[in-house]
Design a protein around this ligand. Structure first.
Ligand code: MF3
Ligand code: CO
Length: 252
């Protein structure tokens, strides 16, 4: 597990800044009638203007620059001609590489008005992310981070997706360590200063199981129930968790 220097952490933060600014542009466009292809184009153009590239583009053959996962789509939805509809939820994943370092984040949005139970799903997922981030300090075991996330989600009556995890990030989009968003307290490696990774719980309103569509990317819930996700990139430091993709001027 590569421990990052403060110079490297600042490079990751700079990439996260671009991802967050692209997310802010996408957030302004999330309204009924917009296509996910348009969201992708706007994000991609902004990222290129910053002299950066979208980490997802061409990653293992992924064809677009962002992921846009609507309703029962859990993760890795490919932007296209589908239009958002009032009452939808959409999870937008934006990762950026600049100056050799990646930064990664994901936000779920409501399209117009959503019902109360859907709002509770979004809120619970965001809380699960915040619990994971708060736990990301020196000495915490990875299993404890996962356990706290899982407990919060299941207490709310929802389920944690098992098939995708958080990941170390730096020169590589995905590197050590893996963070499972479920687990057993008191197990796993202990975090130490210089570890940089993502916390990105995917939470389903129904069962945890997912399947991948014929496009070989889009994961959906097997029962068709809604799914939400939030993600930040965090550095473990002596002063506690440093959320590299959070900025005081942005709401994410
Ligand atoms: N944040 C997601 C992840 O870390 C984004 C994946 S991009 C894709 O897995 F190219 F793999 F789709
Ligand atoms: Co990620």
């Amino acid at each position: 597990m590569h421990l990052k220097s403060s110079d490297e952490i600042e490079k990751i933060r700079a990439s996260c800044r671009i991802a967050a600014d692209a997310m802010a542009r996408v957030a302004d466009l999330v309204t009924p009638g917009v296509t996910t292809a348009h969201l992708d184009e706007v994000a991609d153009e902004y990222i290129r203007q910053q002299g950066a590239v979208a980490s997802a583009l061409n990653y293992r053959g992924y064809p677009r620059s962002i992921c846009a996962s609507i309703n029962e789509e859990v993760v890795h939805g490919i932007p296209g001609s589908r239009q958002l509809v009032e009452g939808d939820i959409i999870s937008v994943d934006i990762a950026v590489k600049k100056d050799g370092y990646h930064g990664d984040m994901n936000v779920s949005f409501a399209v117009g008005e959503i019902d109360m139970e859907t709002r509770r799903l979004l809120e619970t997922t965001k809380q699960a992310l915040e619990i994971g981030l708060a736990a990301s300090e020196p000495g915490t075991r990875l299993g404890d981070v996962g356990h706290r996330i899982q407990t919060h989600v299941e207490t709310a009556g929802f389920s944690v997706v098992r098939d995708y995890c958080g990941h170390g990030i730096g020169r590589n989009f995905h590197e050590e360590p893996q963070l499972l968003h479920f687990g057993t307290a008191g197990t796993g490696r202990r975090l130490q200063p210089g570890v940089v990774f993502t916390v990105e719980p995917m939470v389903n309103a129904g069962v945890a199981d997912v399947r991948v569509l014929d496009d070989e990317w889009t994961a959906v819930t097997v029962d068709g129930a809604l799914s939400a996700q939030f993600e930040h990139t965090v550095a473990v430091t002596d002063a506690g968790p440093d959320v590299l993709s959070r900025f005081a001027d942005l709401p994410f």
